[in-house]
Design a protein around this ligand. Sequence first.
Ligand code: PEP
Ligand code: MN
Length: 354
Amino acid sequence: MLIVMKHGASHEQIAAVVKVIEELGYEARPMGGRNRTAVGIVGNDGTVDPGRFVGMPGVSEAVPVSKPYKQVSREWKDEPTVVELPGGVRIGDGSVVVIAGPCAVESRDQILGIARALRDAGASALRGGAYKPRTSPYSFQGLQEEGLEYLAEAREATGLPIVTEALEPGLVDLVAQYADVLQVGARNMQNYPLLRAVGASRKPVLLKRGMSATISELLLAAEYVLAEGNPNVILCERGVRGFDPASRNVLDLTSIPVVKERSHLPIIADPSHGTGVRSSVTPMALAAVAAGADGLMIEVHPDPPSARSDGVQSLYPDQFVELMGRAEVVARAEGRSLGPVPPVKAQRAAPVHS
Ligand code: PEP
Ligand code: MN
């Protein structure tokens, strides 16, 4: 339930509502919005009696939240959530934010070189897995902490914020020391201990849709993160299992308008995993922009045939340059623009030796 306050309700009136909620044994989440102030009730398993609140000074109405995912729902918060990353990158503000990089960090040279090329092409953030969830235990599992160090170096060199996967709860603190955004992969979308751990970390979370998860299940997974007190969740449509081996997955573009209708959280599209086919990536990226995605996540590798993972779906750098040009045209046709390229941090002055 959501207790909506009257315009201009005083701090004391809001505090009185919070007190009643706490006396009932629930948690109160006061939210000051542009259009209204409301106090959300969490922790209740069943319905709450609206009669406890209606008629209290300053209370406008008590609105039941009908969705099981409440804090992520539009009923709870109508204004779109904007997730802010370092460098002035804002996901959900109407711009199309492009996150790009290789599937996995493979070497220092690979990630530094590609990060510079992506920045020059107009990307807003750098992706790259240091801990890789692989279908086979014999496949490359990632460079692990060494990979995180290279990512941090690439951020230092380019200013691009880093998006990288936290594979298990025990790794969240370590990955959060390096990353600007913690990615939860498709295979982990319903790993509830991991969702709670990234929720407790306070870093922005990129939550990928499970390969056979419904949109409701995706939103309920996001609810775990918000329930821990972390509102900075970016949803990611990365394709669901289909029956046709012509593509690795079926990028469900319908999920973008459906999520936008049901939730205030931003949603981006990953046409690389969503198709698994290099030649399909750019067409589906453009379609996702047209469908209203808040951003794109694109795999790009300096030499895809030699990639240690996902080479067949990775773009060559020049293909990424072309994608960016075309994505900008589609964004502009919709009255939008691509996200900013973050400034490179001012280089520290070299030490002076006398
Ligand atoms: C990835 O982003 O490289 C990845 C493993 O994605 P997903 O979890 O969507 O398969
Ligand atoms: Mn990948």
